[in-house]
Ligand binder design. Structure first.
Ligand code: ADP
Ligand code: ZN
Length: 525
């Protein structure tokens, strides 16, 4: 054995890492972010859950003069983090509404006397006028905004109290700010920076979770399918997400009758009951928790072997976060989703009930991308990573599509039809309009714009709506075309479409699966 202590711990940063946290090496990106923020730069840190975000501000907090203020939305997480920092000998504390008055006064005293290196605060407390005044007389090292996606309506967890954090940069322009999140789509990233008023150094680490196997099955007989899946899991630990409390109770009851060691968890239960379920799951006394999305935020259990989505999640981010709770220990894990195309219509209907406006458009877009993922004919991991703007060139070999590939055919000509139609439409129309033109529709929106005069009008009338929908979605997944949400979901061309249009390469597409064509669905624009 070599003596890693000599070769690794020879610079000051690594020394502190080892001394305080007991780690030998930095993880991907940590060192870079730490160096940047210590140099006074604002940073945006995008790392998947479990990637090691906390260290990115905890270590610099110890190296920099003054106090680091950490904004965090979850009271329970604050407490956990502070407890573990105190255990490692770091002077840390937290302030939030759960703290008794006397304790709160003590923390403020420590703060005044410069006895703290890190202070965790809830956003509403931070932005109260008395606290802002207090901060103005403190030597501030930096602000760390944890779960920064909460500031964006694009994030899966928008919190109004985060919106006001934009003031911080104006009030304290010289204090470096670090925003951290595990949500990485382009729109969220952009809106975090805009709302916080920063033009930061960006660290985007890989979102790939190679040990998770993604499977999406068409929901046919959900009860049997679930039972079959669980039987294959041999009593390991897992979470089953359902879309409603009623469904949670129903599935949990059924599983218990079938002899599984399962418990329900949702916001309709008392705090004690929920705490008890969470606790026994952490201690491996329960195999399966059937839950709404209320379960899991901040659950630090490394040996969750599977996550089932009994109903379609609200968004890709939600799906990624929820499936990401499996296999944190790096061992093989399963993400299994039951998908009923009709659910899309149902959720769409719910969204339609809400007040029209930008938020509604965001919800529609999220649902559409989630639907596209479920219906994908290409490697699931590629679709996921592509969504997070990370390109995975090779199919992964560890998802249902890779393991049981759909039939493929030479789709070059049909792809050309679609791509040239996008071009003829000036890259300004959505999927439905595009398909109507391809199929030679005489509907008012087509005729009024003279699109029935285009050379591409009707060139696809021999195929069904669903067929073209599937082709277009594949072209998007393959990165040949994009859906521009900022412009009414219009379909645009990417440079990689050129060789296809010119006939320089052959494009193999996947045959649409039969189930796509059984129900007539409308794609919202
Ligand atoms: P995130 O906030 O990104 O979800 P955490 O900050 O909670 O992740 O870190 C996840 C786990 O990784 C924690 O148990 C943490 O102690 C550990 N960790 C972080 N950085 C390192 C490192 N450089 N070496 C080893 N373990 C690390
Ligand atoms: Zn794959």
């Amino acid at each position: 054995m070599q003596t890693p202590a000599l070769e690794i711990h020879d610079d000051p940063l690594s020394q502190r890492l080892a001394q305080v946290f007991g780690y030998r090496n930095f993880r991907d990106g940590q060192r870079e972010v730490i160096e940047r923020v210590c140099g006074g730069q604002d940073c945006l840190v995008i790392m998947p859950t479990g990637g090691g975000k906390s260290l990115c501000y905890q270590l610099p907090a110890l190296l920099m003069d003054g106090i680091t203020i950490v904004v965090s939305p979850l009271i329970s997480l604050m407490k956990d983090q502070v407890d573990s920092l105190l255990q490692t000998g770091v002077a840390a504390a937290y302030l939030n509404s759960s703290l008794p008055r006397e304790r709160s006064a003590e923390v403020l005293k420590q703060l005044r006397h410069g006895e703290l290196k890190l202070l965790y605060v809830s956003p509403e407390r931070l932005l109260s006028s008395d606290f802002i005044e207090r901060m103005q007389s403190l030597p501030l090292a930096m602000f760390a905004i944890d779960e920064a996606h909460c500031i964006s309506q694009w994030g899966h967890d928008f919190r109004p109290e985060y919106a006001a954090l934009g003031q911080l940069k104006q009030l304290f322009p010289y204090v470096p700010m670090m925003a951290l999140t595990a949500t990485a789509d382009q729109a969220t990233r952009q809106s975090i920076c805009e709302r916080l008023g920063i033009d930061p150094f960006r660290l985007l680490s890989s979102f790939d979770r190679p040990n998770i196997r993604y499977t999406v099955a068409e929901k046919l007989n959900a009860a049997n399918q679930l039972r079959h899946f669980l039987t294959q899991q041999n009593g390991t630990n897992g979470i089953i997400y359902c879309s409603s409390r009623r469904r949670v109770d129903e599935v949990a009851d059924r599983l218990c009758l079938q002899g599984f060691n399962a418990k329900a968890y949702h916001a309709g239960m008392t705090q004690e009951d929920r705490g008890a379920v969470q606790d026994s799951f952490l201690k491996d006394q329960i195999d399966i928790v059937v839950a709404t999305v209320a379960f899991g935020m901040g659950i630090n259990k490394s040996n969750v072997r599977f996550v089932v989505h009994y109903d379609i999640p609200k968004s890709i981010e939600a799906y990624y976060q929820e499936t990401g709770r499996a296999g944190r220990d790096g061992l093989d894990a399963e993400a299994f989703m039951l998908f009923d195309p009709a659910d899309i219509g149902r959720v769409r209907h719910l969204i339609e009930q809400a007040e029209p406006g930008p938020q509604q458009q965001v919800e529609f877009h999220k649902l559409n991308t989630m639907a596209a993922f479920a219906e994908a004919q290409t490697c699931r991991r590629q679709v996921l990573l592509h969504y997070f703007d990370e390109s995975a060139l090779e199919p992964c070999g560890n998802c249902d599509i890779c393991l049981d590939p759909p039939k493929r055919y030479n789709g070059t000509e049909d792809a050309q039809k679609v791509l040239s139609c996008i071009f003829r439409l000036g890259q300004r129309f959505g999927i439905n309009h595009l398909i109507e033109v391809l199929r030679g529709s005489k509907s008012a929106p087509i005729v009024d714009r003279g699109h029935d005069k285009l050379t591409t009008w009707g060139i696809g009338k021999d195929k069904s709506h669903e067929y073209w929908l599937s082709v277009i979605r594949q072209l998007i997944h393959l990165g040949l075309a994009s859906q521009d949400v900022t412009r009414g979901s219009s379909i645009t061309l990417n440079p990689s479409a050129r060789p296809i249009l010119k006939g320089e390469v052959v494009l193999m597409l996947a045959e649409p699966r039969i189930q796509l064509t059984t129900t007539k669905r409308k794609v919202s624009q």
